[in-house]
Ligand binder design. Structure first.
Ligand code: UTP
Length: 234
């Protein structure tokens, strides 16, 4: 039985346009039905997106401790995970009714459900890192990181108009771009440095892609060529 693990960026759940929102959810539901029909096991780790940023900003007025701010972020990821979980249960998918709190529990729950959806686990990293750990623990061949940019760039495209898309790279090259220091609570990056570090430690390949494009996401999950950045072990 093949297991597929994806980190789904929280921003994907809330596109700016309301009609795009229902469209994306509808196509994600189709993808889930399709994969379940093909007998795949699917682990989805959902990011916190807007509610995480809002919650952390709100708490920051009175809380300075990073650990506690991370706990607020984790709560938001679990909220988003619950939205997706209920949306898939609603159409009859075999989704686990529990949101696991550890990747060990998530792997265990994947033995009795086709789909397990979770959010964050503990402070000090983002859901990208949780997905890497989930993929490692589940024995998945790679981990898909679905975000809202099409590729990893050689520099930040928001500040450098000449930034170049990278189609293929190694984990060491990615670590050179992201660094290996943990992000601040609520801070965003193309890929979480801790996720890259854990992928290196587990010799786990990554596929970084734009999760707004569900065809690309499905291709990557199925191990087919996809539009995005393939991050090889070496
Ligand atoms: P996200 O995983 O959502 O961060 O976690 P992100 O990279 O900004 O992802 P997108 O934008 O949703 O795709 C949000 C915050 O929750 C805390 C951290 O503070 C993180 O910045 N968090 C999340 C943890 O502390 N541990 C976790 O396992 C997950």
């Amino acid at each position: 039985m093949t297991t597929h693990i994806v980190a789904l960026g929280g921003s994907l759940l809330r596109p700016e346009e309301a009609d795009q929102r229902s469209d994306w959810f509808g196509r994600l539901r189709q993808l889930a039905v399709h994969m379940e029909g093909n007998g795949r096991r699917l682990g989805i780790v959902v990011g916190g997106g807007l509610p995480a940023r809002e919650g952390i900003e709100l708490a920051r007025a009175t809380v300075s401790n990073s650990y506690r701010l991370d706990m607020v972020g984790i709560a938001a990821t679990r909220l988003n995970a619950t939205i997706l979980q209920q949306s898939l249960i609603d159409i009859g998918c075999d989704v686990c009714p529990i949101i696991p709190t550890t990747t060990t529990q998530a792997v265990e729950l994947l033995t009795s459900h086709h789909i397990v959806i979770m959010g964050g686990t503990t402070p000090g990293h983002t859901t990208d890192a949780v997905a890497v750990k989930f993929a490692r623990d589940a024995g998945a061949p790679y981990c898909v990181i679905a975000t809202n940019v099409s590729h990893v760039y050689d520099s930040d495209p928001r500040t450098n108009p000449n930034a170049k898309q990278i189609e293929e790279m190694t984990l060491a090259e990615l670590a050179n771009i992201t660094g290996t220091e943990a992000l601040e609570p609520g801070q965003s990056a193309a890929v979480d440095p801790i996720a890259v570090k854990w992928a290196q430690e587990s010799a786990l390949k990554l596929a970084v892609l734009d999760g707004r494009n569900l065809e690309t996401l499905e291709n990557a999950l199925e191990g087919k060529p996809f539009v995005g950045t393939l991050v090889k072990v070496e």
